[in-house]
Design a protein around this ligand. Structure first.
Ligand code: ARG
Length: 479
């Protein structure tokens, strides 16, 4: 949820009725009848878009400066506007701003308050601009800031994973395919796999920020404006990299919002998969890890339970972010150029995407800093699952046996182990030699878990030495 001030309910308070009367609708000149009360509430966005008040004020200040720069406003008018907007910002931050449904959105609320405050000069602010380029600018400014927060949050989780990988570089666990024990891997290597997922996510956010940070202002309603505006000036004031190159596109493009949500959906999908592992690993059956009590809850009825709520909830929240992506794509798919009111529906999915993502990243980083790794359980599981079977096959291949034949020999040895409830390393040399005379006493070097992981000693491999090297590189990559 936003920590920004909340709105009044849709039923107008007496104070609100008063302010509505004072601040007439901008289109009153054209209309003879007032807006239907239900339609007024139905079409309003101020209950949620007030979250962008800071961006709206920043955008207005930059616009006023530009208008004064090109001579459309006097410097005195500009300064009056800047002071007025500053006062409004303070009122909002004090929770004392009277948000009015009748004034529809954050833009008209602030503009009306400015006119209330400074009089006629307030009405000049909207020269050479429209709410269409204004709202597009506000969302871009808002998302640009949020991307920066998201990037920091991703890094924080990445650091928690790198630290854990370094600490557990030698810890052996079973690696899985089909959730069946496959080959031993190091726990550090497994953590770094999730680091790589997050690194791709981070790069995607860095990349989409470039397309967010382009300024629509100046497009006005759709066609541009007749005033001698200086768009580059405004862009510089607001820290935009450049200006949108086509006015129709500027007011109607929401690609950047869809892109950000797609990136968020993919990141959440990664966290969801990771969560699935943590839920399994924290179970009594796996017992690979223990999550700190402060990240779990108990059961009101079953005293033995410690539930992994945090990973479960993150897994669950992935659904809503994926849903928001579909909402935004569907919102756009039928829109002709240029701006349509449909676009007002972009905000709630976007805001919730940002909140959900930031919350999930934060709780994940905190949780991963407090994970207890049960080395013994993981080791036992790796042994039980014949995880060094491939190593035996590779041993035979090195002795000159074709891989397919080696595969069969090992299959027989595994069968004997299953039947007699023994690990491969517990089967005697004489018994192994019944399956292949190429097996010698040195076979036991490769049948150990340590031998197995250390042998995978190349970039991207699971050997502890490689994990430590990858940890070093990872720290540099995100520095
Ligand atoms: N509240 C609107 C939105 O979120 C602002 C732009 C409205 N423009 C208009 N011409 N009705 O998109």
């Amino acid at each position: 949820m936003s920590d920004k001030p909340t709105t009044t309910s849709s039923a107008a308070t007496p104070a609100e009725k008063k302010s509505v009367k004072q601040a007439e609708k901008p289109w009153n000149g054209r209309f003879t009848e007032p807006t239907d009360a239900f339609v007024e509430a139905f079409t309003a966005s101020v209950t949620f878009d007030q979250r962008m008040y800071q961006q709206d004020i920043d955008g207005s200040i930059a616009h006023a400066k530009m208008l004064a720069h090109v001579g459309v406003l006097t410097h005195a008018e500009r300064d009056q506007i800047i002071v007025g907007l500053g006062d409004i910002q303070k009122t909002i931050e004090a929770g004392e701003f009277n948000w009015s449904i009748a004034l529809e959105d954050v833009h008209m609320n602030i503009e009306a308050a400015l006119t209330d405050l400074i009089g006629i000069t307030g009405k000049k602010l909207h020269t050479g601009r429209s709410r269409n380029d204004q709202v597009a600018t506000d969302i871009r400014l808002y998302l640009r800031d949020e991307v920066d927060h998201i990037l920091i949050a991703i890094k924080r989780l990445q650091i928690a994973l790198i630290d854990l990988a370094e600490q557990e570089a030698d810890t052996i666990m079973p690696g899985f395919t089909h959730l069946q024990t496959a080959q031993p891997v190091t726990f550090g290597h497994h953590m770094l796999a999730w680091f790589e997922n997050l690194e791709r996510d981070r790069q995607r956010f860095i990349d989409c920020r470039k397309r967010i940070n382009i300024m629509p202002l100046g497009a006005a309603a759709l066609a541009g404006t007749t005033y001698p505006i200086d768009r580059e000036f405004t862009a510089r004031e607001l820290g935009f990299d450049s200006v949108c190159k086509n006015s129709l596109d500027a007011v109607s493009d929401r690609d950047f919002a869809i892109e950000l949500t797609a990136n968020a959906a993919l990141l959440m999908t990664h966290l969801s998969r990771f969560s699935e592992e943590l839920v399994l690993w924290a179970s009594a059956q796996f017992n690979f890890v223990e999550l700190s009590d402060s990240f779990c809850t108990g059961s009101s009825i079953m005293p033995q339970k410690k539930n992994p709520d945090v990973p479960e909830l993150v897994r669950g929240k992935t659904g809503r972010v994926n849903g928001h992506l579909i909402s935004l794509l569907t919102l756009m798919k039928g829109q002709p150029l240029a701006y349509n009111k449909d676009n007002q529906e972009d905000k709630e999915p976007l805001f919730d995407t940002v909140d959900t993502l930031k919350g999930s990243l934060k709780v994940y980083a905190d949780m991963m800093q407090h994970v207890t790794v049960n080395k013994e359980s993981m080791r036992e599981a790796a042994i039980r699952g014949f995880s060094t079977a491939t190593d035996l096959a590779d041993y035979l291949v090195r002795a000159g046996v074709p891989f397919r034949d080696a595969h069969e020999v090992v299959g027989k040895a595994v069968r004997l182990g299953v039947d007699t409830k023994r690990d491969l390393a517990e089967i005697s040399l004489a018994e192994l030699q019944q399956f292949s005379t190429d097996i010698q006493a040195d076979v036991f070097d490769v049948l150990t878990l340590e031998g197995s992981v250390s042998a995978r000693n190349h970039i991207g491999g699971t050997a502890p030495k490689q994990v430590r090297a990858a940890v070093k590189r990872a720290r540099v990559r995100i520095a």
